[in-house]
Ligand binder design. Structure first.
Ligand code: AMP
Length: 473
């Protein structure tokens, strides 16, 4: 993997990346940053969760002059949620350089956005409608705008914004550099790219890299009337940090929300019939981690980026494989693992097959504790034998990442055996072993975590040498 420093980024941006804790570029960043820095137009086929914001944001910020008050970069987004998210990201990346990023979106007072623009922002992130509005009021001038990004262009198309997008593009200098990001490439988006991008470089990350590598995916057959009870069972067994639960309709969203709330759970609902203010309140509470459970419809959750989401639960089967990939993409963000559990009714078996074929994955049947390795009988500690309480250590559990997963022929019991043999920890101290293709995760007592990493590293299992590191919590 190429480190960020070799992509041609300026020192203050590299420093900002260290501040936000990114160790290495994601595939879309590795592919898109060099051509954008070299001045090419770029078509990026990538979804939320791929790291696309930094892929276009870093090159844009690199070319912005913070001493100039004019708007030099514009990012158009289809929704207000995405607008806010992109703004937050660009502010973080541009902080060291002192770039001012202004967000403009509907549903908020236009006056304060006008005064922010008057104060001079070099980068504007805006929803299509509000950008158009501000241009027509002469509050937003694009004559000096040399870098334009269309983010989630296919969503703009779906929401009927394409004509407005073209009008806005026509108001920017023809010498501008343009990047177009889209999860899918329908013909209308191709045409837009043909017309408004000059000799573009196309970069793509396959949708299945989004789901296969970092998300463990399960399916669970359940009769309609048992769904709520089953969901509660799943939540109790999985103990998610944060779970996003998808339902098909607004009414079902409210119903499920009430049922969970009435069972005393800390849960919120998010759907399109709620007022913008109520939706914002829910988003902030969930994003801030104050609420662990969120029931949402697809539209409401569009573009939602919450890095703490450990679980996506499809309470209602997705209406298409694309919707599945979109939903599951809410978890397992860059550098993290996630779990997705899809409920289906007996008559929906075919939907599951369609998803498996399309996403190129096999959904394992979900059974309680399937992922938790057996706790007894476990291999006995071989050396440094300590009393039980001491071996199990204290403090909150920490997650260790182990190189070597299913592809290396490893099973949860191998991981537990390797750790217990190397550290003399009791088998019960190693919990929640989760196997992915190339990695495994295990939880160990916080006070023992560093020792687990140092003593287990280098152990051979089935001829595979284990490397371990602590996950950032
Ligand atoms: P995006 O697809 O741009 O919405 O980014 C998805 C998530 O990944 C965001 O929470 C980013 O902060 C995070 N992210 C982006 N790039 C990286 C990276 N290179 N390393 C770690 N996390 C990243």
């Amino acid at each position: 993997m190429t480190p960020f420093a070799e992509l041609g980024l300026a020192p203050e941006l590299l420093q900002a990346l260290r501040d936000v804790g990114y160790d290495a570029p994601s595939p879309i960043q590795e592919q898109a940053i060099p051509p954008l820095l070299a001045g090419f137009d770029v078509i990026g086929q990538a979804q939320t969760g791929s790291g696309k914001t930094a892929a276009f944001g870093l090159p844009m910020l690199q070319y912005v002059d913070p001493d100039e008050g004019d708007v030099q970069g514009l990012v158009l987004t289809p929704t207000r949620e995405l607008c806010i998210q992109v703004t937050q990201a660009l502010r973080a990346y541009g902080q060291r350089k002192g770039v001012d990023v202004v967000a403009v979106f509907g549903g908020a007072p236009i006056r304060s956005q006008q005064s922010q623009l008057r104060a001079g922002g070099q980068v504007v992130v805006g929803t299509v409608g509000r950008v158009k509005d501000l241009i027509s009021r002469h509050s937003l001038m694009l004559h000096a705008c040399r870098f334009v990004v269309l983010d989630e262009a296919d969503e703009m198309l779906d929401l009927g914004f394409l004509e407005d997008v073209e009008r806005i593009l026509a108001l920017t200098p023809s010498s501008r550099q343009t990047a177009l990001f889209s999860a899918t490439m329908p013909p209308e988006i191709r045409r837009l790219a043909d017309q408004y991008l000059y000799d573009p470089v196309t970069v793509a990350v396959a949708a299945d890299t989004l789901t296969v590598d970092t998300v463990e995916q399960f399916a669970l057959e359940v009769a309609p009337r048992d769904k709520t009870d089953k969901l509660i069972e799943v939540l109790e067994a999985e103990r998610p940090d944060q779970a996003l639960m998808f339902v098909r309709t607004k009414i079902r969203c409210d119903q499920l929300y009430r049922k969970l709330r009435d069972r005393g759970m800390n849960v919120r609902a998010l759907h399109g019939d709620m007022s913008q203010g109520a939706r914002d309140g829910v988003m902030i509470a969930f994003k801030g981690g104050r609420v662990p459970l969120l029931v949402a419809t697809d539209v409401a959750a569009r573009g939602l980026d919450i890095s703490g989401i450990s679980h996506v639960i499809n309470f209602d089967v997705p209406t298409s494989p694309d919707v599945y990939v979109h939903r599951v993409g809410r978890t397992g963000r860059v550098g993290r693992s996630g779990r997705a559990i899809t409920f289906y009714e007996p008559r929906q078996r075919r939907d599951i097959q369609a998803i498996e074929n399309h996403a190129g994955v096999k959904l394992s049947p979900w059974v309680k504790d399937a992922h938790v390795a057996p706790t007894a009988p476990m291999p006995k500690p071989r050396r440094h034998s300590k009393p039980h309480a001491a071996t199990n250590g204290g403090g909150p559990a920490r997650t260790v990442i182990i190189s070597g997963g299913r592809a290396a022929g490893l099973e949860p019991s191998d991981i537990i055996h390797a750790i217990t043999a190397a550290t003399a920890l009791d088998g019960e101290a190693v919990r929640n072993v989760r196997m992915l293709e190339r990695f495994a995760f295990a939880e160990v007592p916080g006070s023992e975590a560093e020792r687990v990493v140092s003593q287990t590293a280098g152990t051979q299992v089935h001829g595979h040498v284990l490397a371990l590191e602590l996950a950032r919590n």
